[in-house]
Ligand binder design. Sequence first.
Ligand code: SF4
Length: 391
Amino acid sequence: MAGMMTRKEFLQTLGVGCTALLGAASGYGFFGGGGRRQRDIRGHVFKGDAPARPWKWSIEGFRYTTNGKDVQCGICPNRCYLEPGDRSVCRSKVNIGGKLYSLTYGNPCSVHVDPIEKKPLMHFHPRTPVFSIATTGCNFRCLNCQNWEISQRKPEEVRHYELFPDDVVREARNRNCPSIAYTYSEAITYYEYMLDTAKRARKAGIRNVLVSNGYINEEPLVELCRYLDAANINLKSYDDRIYRCLNGGTLEPVLNTFKTLHREGVWFEMTTLVVPTYVDDREMMKRMCGWILAELGPDYPLHLLRFFPRYKLTRLPPTPVETLEDLRETAMAQGIRYVYVGNVPGNPACHTYCHHCGKLLVKRMGYRIPEIHIREGRCVYCGTPIPGRWG
Ligand code: SF4
């Protein structure tokens, strides 16, 4: 198949990557908090871990190449190369008999109705509920994962519901949800299920929301964008070395995702979890905002979330609130118009203020919205258009 690497070429590429990484890692002071080194996880597939045959919730992968024996997934930059019987980095794809199968089609492990603000999306149809689903699996290995109980598990290990795409749309409608969110774990790893559901939702007049690490190749993302209404994408840091040691990925593909969403006209908001000693540097925040302004403009909101000790980063303290406030000021001084502080109940930076007149436009008390002063997408006080999708 055109574009498929041989296994040898793939391993050679990986070898170069690891050498470069070790060079970058030496002398770099970010490893102490997690207790062990972490790096780009491309190629770390699970050998011989596939089930013997496809099961009820299997579907052939939408984007892969094969030589009739080995397969290579084309959904995300990990580009897993699987020999027969292997399981992918994200744990949800396998090579059975020379075909790539997704094992998570129609069997989400999490199903909830959430407020849209929980995604978080502050400039997208506030006060509306969103039908939220997730399967197991993730293409990252974040030391601070908030959902590791499902993201770092195989589909066979977790209790599941059976909800095929038509069922998801029906359930969303039954619960009066105008949107469906692909969320919690990593939606990119259940791309086939998400795309088919999104197509049906669009047909039924229900919006689609992606909540993701943004680690996806451009072609599958462009196809998905045809059905997406909004996204919240993590910008986990603005440093490739931190992406490698904290998350097991790389920065560049995530930046490309933002550029693609911008180009394709999908509304999005950005989320940065401010992890102490990893992602709390003011100079990095300045560089990050400089890139956002140059490539995306000032209008997409940025959420700075407070970190709490989780998973493999239990030795780090929660982010000091002053650090979050300082970074917010830094980002706004750079020119980002809407910067929110999250995971700090009662903080005034959870509200929306008009970027022109400074008046309070959306008041939030947790996920309750007692006041909205936006009419037809404009500030009711000064008439300035407020970026977002207000309905
Ligand atoms: S989506 Fe999963 S199987 Fe496909 S390349 Fe990414 S990690 Fe590998």
